[in-house]
Design a binder for this molecule. Structure first.
Ligand SMILES: Nc1ncnc2c1ncn2[C@@H]1O[C@H](COP(=O)(O)OP(=O)(O)OP(=O)(O)O)[C@@H](O)[C@H]1O
Ligand SMILES: [Mg+2]
Length: 439
């Protein structure tokens, strides 16, 4: 992290990115009157703005939405990844909700309608600058961890355990992500292995419902303190299931999902390295900033799918996307859930072999459909693997946990260390694609 990226007690450094010269000039003139604000550069396209921001490390970027070459939304997504310490204020002549939503989703901190009244411009700049000062220490540690390839156990708060981060994902709802995540996490606890299950479905997570947990504290309690985290605080926030499984629950209300900052989640997960042997994170179906942050640092991504055509098509799309993101092949594993041999024989469901051939890989696990046993476990808040372990679907879930454990172990039996992916050039999917296709 360059030493002068912070503002300290100096002026708020601003870059103006707008393709219309008069618009740039007008903003510059307005800002020239403010003693605590300094315009350090101007650019006429998103791409130019990005290059300038990398060089000048501004505190704030005033970004127009509609520009040729690279538009403001794409540039904001790139900027968020490359220089997370710079706050973007998006500007547009259109102040419609859709524009504001897109700007915010790209990572803008505020939005101004063009031309902004002077007082509103100053107030917005100052409030975003203040916001960025508060998050700067968190961002700095996040940025450091992107390039720091030392073993995970040396980075976290924990007691030197080598942590394996497992992300459970599917682009489709209801395929069994939570069922797989909760049961695999429980089964991994064998022989004193310490496991944390994080409900990463921050809007409608149901790990708490599946395991009958009463939420007292949630991920927000840790994210708010992520700069000064210690293990006592972590312990007090985690919930413990009867089985001994530690669980980090999501916010209690859907609207609080907006308070979950993906960058902070990544920093939080990395701070928990060393304290657990496995961290399993049950994600939602969204392919958003949070999923990307977790995918990047995960040692294994389990793609859960069902033997149906829509599931196979979406899974194939995600697999090719992950290939294009540059993930090694064994990082991404498929698990087939709700497999029904009768339907397969009747040619109603896709055959496991046919799916594996299409995906060009063996499934790490094949879990049969058994509504009675799965619902029985959910209704009682227990895991499936806790009972009738020799019978389906417990035995297949146990085999999956064993296969996962083996897949992260080295040949000598030693656990290999987590090696985070090298820093990726952009937080946005489209940005990553453009970047990778240029190679
Ligand atoms: N192997 C299985 N056999 C029968 N029912 C199953 C099986 N796996 C999951 N289910 C059921 O399917 C439903 C969806 O499962 P689950 O909630 O685990 O999926 P999910 O992918 O996490 O869903 P969401 O996208 O809502 O998070 C639940 O009712 C669960 O009980
Ligand atoms: Mg779920």
């Amino acid at each position: 992290m360059p030493p002068d990226a912070g503002r300290g007690s100096g002026k708020i450094k601003i870059i103006i990115v707008d393709d219309i010269p008069e618009a740039r000039e007008n903003l510059k003139k307005l800002l020239a009157f403010e003693p605590d604000i300094e315009v350090v550069g101007t650019a006429s396209t998103g791409r130019e703005g990005l290059a300038l921001a990398k060089e000048l490390l501004p505190n704030i970027v005033l970004m127009d939405i509609n520009m040729p070459d690279m538009d403001g939304i794409t540039a904001t997504r790139e900027l968020r990844r490359l220089i997370p310490t710079a706050g973007v204020v998006m500007m547009s002549v259109q102040g419609e909700a859709e524009y504001i939503r897109r700007a915010m989703a790209a990572g803008a901190k505020d939005f101004l309608t063009k031309p902004p009244p002077a007082e509103e411009l100053y107030a917005t700049i100052r409030s975003v600058a203040e916001m960025m000062e508060e998050v700067r220490p968190v961002m700095s540690s996040g940025m450091m961890s992107m390039t720091d390839l030392s073993p995970a156990k040396n980075k976290g708060l924990g007691s030197g355990r080598t942590t394996h981060l497992i992300a459970v994902y599917s682009p489709q709802g209801g395929v069994g992500k939570t069922t797989i995540a909760a049961n695999v996490a429980t089964e991994l606890m064998k022989d004193g292995t310490k496991v944390l299950l994080i409900d990463g479905n921050v809007q409608f997570g149901d790990v708490g419902i599946f395991l009958n947990l009463k939420p007292q504290s949630t991920i927000l309690d840790l994210l708010n303190e992520v700069q000064d985290l210690d293990m006592d605080l972590v312990d007090s926030v985690l919930t413990t299931h009867d089985s001994g499984l530690r669980v980090l629950l999501p916010p209690q209300r859907p609207e609080e999902a907006e308070l979950v900052d993906p960058t902070k989640v990544k920093v939080l997960v990395e701070k928990l390295y060393g304290a657990f042997d496995f961290i399993v994170i049950d994600l939602s179906t969204k392919l958003d900033g949070m999923a990307l942050e977790i995918f990047d640092i995960a040692e294994r991504i389990i793609l859960v799918m069902n033997p149906t055509l829509p599931s196979a098509i979406h899974t194939l799309t995600v697999l090719s996307l992950m290939e294009e993101l540059g993930y090694p092949e064994n990082k991404v594993q498929i698990v087939l859930n709700k497999v029904t041999p009768e339907l397969e024989r009747a040619k109603v469901a896709l055959a496991v072999g046919a799916i594996e051939a299409k995906m060009k890989r063996k499934a790490l696990g094949v879990i049969p459909m058994d509504e009675r046993k799965v619902l029985f476990a959910v209704n009682r808040g227990t895991s499936i693997v806790a009972k009738e372990r020799a019978a389906s679907p417990a035995k297949e879930l146990i085999a999956l946990a064993d296969a996962l454990r083996a897949s992260v172990s080295t040949e000598s039996g030693e656990m290999e260390s987590v090696t985070p992916e090298p820093s990726k050039p952009s937080g946005s999917l489209i940005g990553r694609f453009l970047n990778n296709s240029k190679k």
